[in-house]
Ligand binder design. Structure first.
Ligand code: CO8
Length: 261
């Protein structure tokens, strides 16, 4: 039995699969689910048996249909602010997890659900997935990072259209504007996510972690500082066994067998 009321978690061949599991509420994020995500991702950060994480939603209909509206309905301004900050910190933890995180978006990814998918490194969507930031129809703006991550992914103009109009877009449109990396048939979604995770696992783990950290760091600083960061971590990787293993394997025309965690 899962130790969580609202999450399922399993590990198979180094891939940790996290499913938000409140299908009756279309996997809406209530406070308990956010706390469980916090707990699980805190543990994952130091779990060397998990090389890549896939985040998805239980059931066929929804990835996550947003923050739980019934729970937010009567919040005061102070409660809303605090709730937003707590969830933002959890989403930041997911974004900065040392291991790559792939969102397998199986259905509705609305409001906090779209924001959760955007906190992941890569998004693979089923053809049935729908994305949107409908908060303006509820009298609020996004509060779990949507106003910040959406323009970084799709550009300012497209982000503002999605934020101001609150309309849903389908997976094909999400792909067209760069919100998702790949669209696959619903039946193929988990296979596609696992195939990508499996490919990443064959690459040098430390080098992958460094790529993630450098992209995340670099997007928050100026280009020159980002380049300096890259030069540092590039240099550090020459002190790793994986650099020796990888380059020796290339020269000897065989596949590398990386060892660093
Ligand atoms: N919260 C709570 N319950 C929900 C949510 C939600 N976000 N979404 C769906 N549910 C529940 C419904 O109430 C319903 O419950 P019940 O069966 O008990 O009536 C059940 O899930 C099934 O939903 P529907 O009957 O509505 O299913 P439909 O297929 O008719 O519609 C939709 C599916 C289109 C996804 C529809 O459910 C919908 O519009 N949901 C809300 C989407 C939305 O507005 N999401 C954004 C929420 S706000 C948000 O995420 C803000 C994040 C930042 C907050 C910052 C706070 C400080």
């Amino acid at each position: 039995m899962s130790e969580y009321a609202n999450l399922l978690f399993e590990v198979e061949q180094g891939i940790g699969v996290v499913s938000i599991n409140r299908p009756k509420a279309l996997n809406a994020l209530n406070g308990a689910t956010i706390h469980e995500l916090d707990d699980l991702f805190t543990k994952l950060a130091t779990d060397s048996s998990v090389k890549v994480v896939i985040l998805t939603g239980s059931g066929e209909k929804s990835f996550v249909a947003g923050a739980d509206i019934t729970e937010m309905q009567n919040m005061s301004a102070m409660e809303g602010r605090n709730w937003g900050k707590v969830a933002q910190a959890v989403f930041n933890k997911i974004e900065n997890l040392p291991q790559p995180v792939i969102a397998a978006v199986n259905g509705y990814a609305l409001g906090g659900g779209c924001e959760l998918a955007m906190a992941c490194d890569i998004r693979i969507a089923s053809e049935q997935a729908k994305f949107g930031q409908p908060e303006v129809s509820l009298g609020i703006p996004p509060g779990f990072g949507g106003t910040q991550r959406l323009p970084r992914l799709v550009g300012k103009g497209r982000a503002k259209e999605l934020l101001f109009c609150g309309d849903m877009i389908d997976a094909a449109e999400a792909y067209r504007i760069g919100l998702v990396n790949q669209v696959v048939g619903a039946e193929e979604l988990m296979n596609a996510a696992k195939a990508m995770a499996g490919k990443i696992i064959t690459r040098a783990p430390l080098a992958v972690k460094v790529c993630k950290a450098a992209v995340n760091e670099g997007l928050d600083i100026d280009l020159e500082s980002g380049m300096a960061y890259e030069a540092e971590v590039f240099g550090l990787c020459f002190a790793t066994e994986d650099q020796k293993v990888g380059m020796r394997a290339f020269v000897e025309k065989r596949k590398p067998n990386f060892c660093e965690k």
